[in-house]
Design a protein around this ligand. Structure first.
Ligand code: SUD
Ligand code: ADP
Length: 292
């Protein structure tokens, strides 16, 4: 095998309940996360000895060791004991600082591709441990199916089969304002806001169960970041409020700034696009995709 080309999907958090800060500085959370068809593409090949090489036409993507793909390559080399370097071509579509997990997805998909190129020296558990060290969201992207995240995000459980089935293929509209939000800043806002911005774990478990029992997605949509992020970025709060006044199921994804809506039909879809463009401008990032 000379090279491997893989899709690197974005994610959205259909529910994100943050419970509080742990002793290690990370936050405990419960989140129902789904991969979506919209994403990047990674082409990985074994390269010349001595240096990993990453090429990407988007100049805003971090280069060298700052890029999670390069960190993934170094982690795989250390864990497998193989002195192999990689050439990686990244076709970047996922906006950064959007809460769509682009960097985490790239890192985990790179681990999968590199492991395949070396004839799979590492098993899934070993890849998961490496991924968790690269970022809390990374292990999710080794699976590419709807999952419930707990712990700091690295502990994953599958959904009941019928629920995954119901979610798969569902249309998602993504819309992002002209700015990004750094994850660390958003968690810092929760810390500053104090206990009131956290939600107790049993409430999140209850919401999940209600969704499993009823199949009603409106029972599920919740994001602990929405209030604190929305209090600074009014553009997000105002648009989501307007959509909800029109009966649209919508939410911010992760720590923002991208938001999403789940239209029930074409009429709602057209209305969502119109409301978004009125609020954020006709050149707003607006994409139709679906749950994988
Ligand atoms: C908020 C979420 C929701 O899915 O996604 P994004 O909005 O970034 O996509 C995740 O929790 C983001 O996970 P990830 O982006 O992997 O975060 P990491 O690299 O591990 O950590 C980035 C920063 O966020 C803080 N952090 C992250 C995860 C967590 N459970 N608690 C935290 O407090 C860390 O302290 C760190 O300062
Ligand atoms: N391969 C990568 N793709 C995107 N961002 C990356 C990558 N490697 C490192 N980063 C860094 O991760 C930050 C967060 O990007 P990303 O994971 O796409 O957003 P988010 O955390 O909002 O989901 C970026 O601002 C960038 O500095």
């Amino acid at each position: 095998m000379n090279s491997v080309t893989l899709h690197s999907p974005a994610k959205i958090n259909l529910m994100l309940s943050v419970h509080g800060r742990r002793n290690d500085g990370f936050h405990g959370l419960t989140s129902l996360v789904v991969p979506i068809a919209f994403g990047d593409t990674l082409q990985v090949a074994i390269g010349e000895a001595g240096q990993d090489r990453l090429s990407c036409r988007d100049v805003s993507v971090p280069r060298g060791g700052q890029n999670l793909i390069i960190q993934a390559a170094a982690a795989l080399r250390a864990a497998s004991g193989r002195n192999v370097y990689f050439d990686i071509e990244l076709n970047k579509q996922i906006p950064m600082g959007a809460g769509l997990g682009g960097g985490s997805s790239n890192a985990s998909v790179a681990l999968i591709a590199m492991n395949q190129l070396l004839d799979s020296p590492l098993c899934l558990d070993e890849l998961s441990a490496l991924a968790a060290r690269l970022g809390s969201d990374c292990p999710f992207f080794l699976h590419s199916q709807p999952m419930v995240m707990t712990g700091r995000g690295e502990a994953l459980t599958g959904l009941p089969g019928a629920v995954s089935q119901q979610l798969r293929g569902r249309t998602v509209l993504l819309f992002r304002p002209h700015f990004g939000i750094q994850t660390a800043w958003a968690y810092g806002k929760l810390v500053k806001a104090g206990g009131g911005s956290y939600e107790a774990e049993p409430l999140a478990t209850q919401r999940l169960q209600q969704f499993y029992d009823s199949g009603r997605i409106d029972n599920l949509l919740y994001n602990s970041f929405e209030r604190s992020v929305g209090s600074k970025y009014l553009a997000i709060a105002c648009l989501l409020e307007e959509l909800r006044c029109n009966g649209i199921a919508c939410l911010m994804s992760g720590s923002g700034s991208c938001c999403f809506a789940l239209p029930r039909n074409q009429v709602e879809q057209a209305l969502i696009e119109e409301i978004c463009q009125n609020a954020w401008g006709s050149d707003t990032f607006f994409i139709e995709t679906s749950i994988l």
